[in-house]
Design a protein around this ligand. Structure first.
Ligand SMILES: [Ca+2]
Ligand SMILES: [Ca+2]
Length: 66
């Protein structure tokens, strides 16, 4: 969204949304998002859902807009 300002979240229209391979995601073994579910993928860097839309986004932050 704002590279120079240090905001590395993806814009809604970013071409790299949904491009990551879900097979490469690591499980949330330590339940970092504290929702009691350790069989889901590790949350993103904001501790929000790692997969929104048709697949995980490239980068540390998942765009949460469907
Ligand atoms: Ca996505
Ligand atoms: Ca969890």
């Amino acid at each position: 969204m704002d590279y120079n300002g240090g905001n590395f979240r993806l814009r809604d229209n970013s071409p790299v949304r949904n491009l990551a391979n879900p097979a490469n995601l690591v499980l949330d073994d330590f339940d970092l998002d504290d929702d009691g579910n350790t069989s889901e993928p590790l949350p993103d860097a904001d501790l929000l859902d790692r997969i929104v839309g048709s697949g995980p986004d490239l980068g540390a932050f998942e765009n949460q807009t469907v």
